[in-house]
Design a binder for this molecule. Structure first.
Ligand code: GDP
Length: 447
């Protein structure tokens, strides 16, 4: 569901609006621990639109001295997670300095902001509405949460942000493990890509032959695979072979296969890099692996022609080591031994594909994420360049596919790359991302 965060200073009516939006479905409201302990979430229904609302209220009774800091953290966390932030001011009280301060926080956010002037019923609100206009977020939506006025206007203001999100999610079918797995098979000419696809399909649909770069055509093939429990799973195989036929000479082929690989990657969730075990790992393979991960796709490396590999275990270990020496990024990427000719390891390969996609699509619940974050930062606090400690405050997952996170803190521009790697590796290990690419952005909340 798309997420709307309601933000604003205490007493502007956030909770009243929240209750109006979520209505009788209050049973679904959950109180989450950690950074988000002061907020409520619920599923809202507004004139046919469904979305999730985050209410950042709850700090009303707290010590006023520390209020702005905590409020800011919360507001920014909620806003970072949201598709749109609903910034509420009180039209009758007018704009006060704390409203202006919140407006400054919101201005540095990438999330779209919809400004609403609440308690807008009657003449007493006119002056406040004008002041709200001066906050620089355009004309405020005039609202009375208590009396249910202005809901239609609110709907219209939110619609562009919410609607788009709904469409996108339906399109990619984010969490469904039974959605067709989009799997691209890439690798240098002669690695055995066509043989592998033929094996999967159980028919000689593509031409395979001993010469590199033989002409092929198909690029996407829908296939049904039966898993160990006998369940049929859909797989869309994306083959790069067809794009190679334009190349005439060998050196052109070598270049093309990287470009082909990347083209196929656009359509894929998981990319299988197929290597010829009799040849081992070459620089070009590492380049392809690197680019696949750069593109944010999940990667699996398969050593093909295992049936004719000499000294298999030392070969396997050699490739594993070469991968780790080559690129820290590919450390831990699943490495499998297969034979397209005999079928060995092919079910394991498809299983790995589904598992890897699940990790790549995963969303970590906020509480779990922040508990991991506290542990990781406690176990290994960030350094203090020039005697000033870098403070990392909280983390939020902004999307999946690939999993992407924002960490908020102070002086984060001075955080060494090695520390970022530490966090990413810890996250992979402890939150179950394995070797899928994890994106991390550091943000210092600006004024
Ligand atoms: P592509 O260019 O990556 O599509 O490679 P092909 O599928 O055309 O295979 C190149 C050559 O390797 C062909 O002669 C295949 O028969 C052979 N080959 C592919 N997979 C295997 C395998 O698992 N074992 C053996 N022994 N040969 C294979």
């Amino acid at each position: 569901l798309p997420i709307v965060a309601i933000v604003g200073r205490p007493n502007v009516g956030k909770s009243t609006l929240f209750n109006r939006l979520v209505g009788k479905k209050l049973a679904l409201v959950d109180d989450r621990p950690g950074v988000t302990r002061d907020r409520r979430e619920g599923d809202a229904h507004l004139l046919g639109l469904d979305f999730r609302v985050i209410d950042t209220a709850g700090y009303e009774d707290e010590d006023p001295d520390t209020l702005p800091g905590r409020m800011r953290r919360q507001t920014e966390a909620a806003v970072a997670e949201a598709d749109v932030a609903l910034f509420l001011v009180d039209a009758r009280a007018g704009v006060v300095p704390l409203d202006e301060e919140i407006a400054r926080w919101l201005r540095s956010s990438d999330t779209p902001i919809v400004l609403a002037a609440n308690k807008a019923e009657g003449r007493a609100a006119e002056q406040g509405i004008l002041e709200a206009l001066a906050l620089g977020f355009g004309d405020p939506v005039q609202l009375s949460a208590e009396h249910g006025e202005g809901v239609g206007d609110l709907f219209e203001a939110l619609l562009p942000y919410i609607d788009r999100e709904v469409e996108e999610e339906e399109d990619v079918d984010l969490d469904n493990p039974y959605a067709p797995l989009k799997l691209a098979i890439v690798g240098r000419p002669n690695a055995g890509k066509s043989t592998l696809i033929n094996r999967f399909l159980g028919q000689d649909r593509l031409i395979t032959g001993p010469e590199a770069g033989i002409t092929r055509d198909s690029i996407a093939i829908d296939w049904e695979w039966r898993d160990r429990d006998g369940e049929v799973r859909q797989v869309r195989l994306i083959d790069t072979a067809g794009m190679r036929k334009k190349a005439k000479v060998q050196d052109k082929l070598e270049k093309l296969s990287v470009a082909d690989a990347l083209r196929a990657v656009d359509f894929a969730e998981v990319v299988v890099l197929l290597l010829d075990a009799t040849l081992g790992l070459e620089a070009q393979d590492l380049r392809i692996a690197d680019r696949v991960l750069e593109e944010g796709r999940a990667l699996i490396i398969a050593l093909n022609k295992w049936d004719v590999a000499e000294n298999p275990s030392s070969l396997f270990n050699g490739v594993r080591k070469a991968l780790e020496d080559g690129l820290s990024q590919v450390k831990g990427v699943p490495l499998l031994a297969v034979s397209a000719a005999t079928g060995k390891g092919l079910d394991t390969l498809i299983e790995a594909g589904f598992e890897t996609r699940a990790a790549w699509s995963k969303r970590v619940p906020t509480g779990e994420l922040n508990r991991w974050f506290e542990r990781a930062v406690d176990a290994n606090p960030p350094p203090a360049p020039g005697g000033k400690r870098i403070k990392l405050r909280y983390v939020t997952q902004i999307k999946s596919r690939p999993p992407s996170f924002v960490i908020f803190g102070t002086r984060v521009d001075q955080l060494p790359a090695s520390y970022e790697r530490y966090l990413v590796n810890s996250m992979r290990r402890e939150l179950g991302f394995g070797a899928v690419p994890v994106r991390l952005t550091l943000r210092a909340p600006k004024n």
